[in-house]
Design a protein around this ligand. Sequence first.
Ligand code: ADP
Ligand code: MG
Length: 619
Amino acid sequence: MINTALRQMIGWIFPHDGSDYRDGMTIVAKATMRHRGLVASIVLFNIIAAVFEGSTIGILAIAASALVDQNVVHSGLQRFGELGFTLQSFLKDVGAGGLFLGLVSLAVVAQVLKSLMTYWGKYAAIRLEFRVSRQLLTSSTDQIMAYSYSEVTKWPAGSLGALIGLTSTIASVIKVLNEVVLALIMLVTYLAVMAALSIELAVSAIFIVVVISLGISRTLKAIKVLGITMVDAVIHTGKLSVEFLDAPRLLRVFCATQYAGKKINTARNKALAAGERSAKIKAVVDPSIDALTISAAGIFLVAGYFISGDSAIVVIPKLLVFLVILNRMVPQAKILNQSRMTFTALIHSIEVIGSFLRVSDKDFARVGGAIFPGLKKNIKFRNVSFFYPEASGNLLSNLNFDIVKGQTVALVGASGSGKSTIASLLLGLYEPSTGHIELDGKDLRTLNLESWRGHIGTVDQEAFLLNETIKENISFATEKFTMEDIRSACRLAHADKFIEQLPKGYDTVVGDRGLRLSGGQQQRLALARALVRSPEVLILDEATSALDSESERLIQKTLEELHKTVTIFVIAHRLSTIAKADQILVLDNGRIQESGIFRDLAESGGLFDKLWRLQTVKA
Ligand code: ADP
Ligand code: MG
């Protein structure tokens, strides 16, 4: 019952024509309710402020009346019984002037106290807003980090950045709501004081406030539409900026710098234009309210003067008090309407953030499961089939193969045949659609993913170095490695020689994605980054395909050194890389078509034989 009434009232103050911002509001509300103490103090300080404000006005009204007729005070005091009589006898000898001065001083004190309470209320609201903002930002960042690989790759990185930023803006809902609550409390207080003075005046004041609010409702719709444009443009700008700024080389060699700059600027200008229009619309509101109230006040004074005729001397003080109240009321009406506009502009953000932070439709990385103790015997693919959700059919069908501990298993196949996907399945980035992967007989689905990945070292085609020093890139995300660990990993990856020749050695900053290093150097650093962790299993996905023959020979040498101590799963285009593998798997049409050792396959007249001949002819 109260709920429905409350919702209706909120609906009237913040019209929402069907947009669903409930999820977003629930998120803000939940975050807010963690700070009940602050919320309670905000409400309390606001109410006390309103009481002081009401008292100020009431006292001023009495002071004004007392100037005209001293009896007002005495008859008023009689209403308070014992205390009233004591005060009355105390004030008996004070003249009209003294009474007026005393009351005005009292009003000033009440006003100072009101200001103090308002400050405390605002202080608490700011504290709350920043806490909630910090909390929302933290939880949105954490949430993205907890996404599964397939979930997080659905989102453009730049949009994710923009969305995290937006999360904090919706915390300003708290500020808006606080202002609304304060304004409403004040408006009610003024109306109460006014009603005590004269019912007619109170009704006319309500009339003025309603006219103002209705007038503004029309602008709200425009502001909401602009809010949508703005938020969408901000997210789009984020996506474009990150994408283009991350590809400086591509933009230059394709002569696309102007194109990229124009696209980013156009997207941003769209957001700015919407912001500007919205601000201009908002700017109309305040002066209109002022003009409206001054006209209303003038009409009241003139009308009051004409209606009361001779007794104007009694009415004028009342009207003056009314004007004071109206004067105090209008800023509150302004705040209320400004808040409505701010909220309306925020609606789309709240909606977007609500659906962004909604967990029910997101896929999170699996946590928990049994800790993987280390590989003892083998890894088995058993009837593994896999398809990407958006693809039409199976990419991999019914794969069966074993990787025995200490062996080197090579996977070959045409580009796009699903080799990298097999590596992703092995890493647990995706789960098989049917079938399963067994580690020493245990289904990977039942094992703790982080503990399994902790035993794996991976080098992909792209090295993904950070714009940090070589040292930091190798120890990446851990602090436990000593300089000696790092050096020996680099020796093993045959990266030590070139690093030592750099002027700053291990302290060389490699540039975005390692651009200050050659492709071969980047690959060897990536290998060192994998090896420093002393992995039991090494997965190399075309780690050598982009290399010069010297770098390839060096990595080849590393693999031979690791043979037997590390289980190696290597995907390679260049068949020379895999000549010494214990087992070669040939992937075609989503199936393992052939398997065996190099010598057998190369002379079998089968698929591998064909691939081998093609390469040897080319070479
Ligand atoms: P390979 O490493 O053998 O070149 P991949 O395993 O990378 O091949 O990709 C195999 C096929 O799966 C390709 O046709 C590719 O289009 C598709 N594919 C790869 N990754 C995804 C993905 N994240 N979502 C949808 N399809 C994908
Ligand atoms: Mg691949």
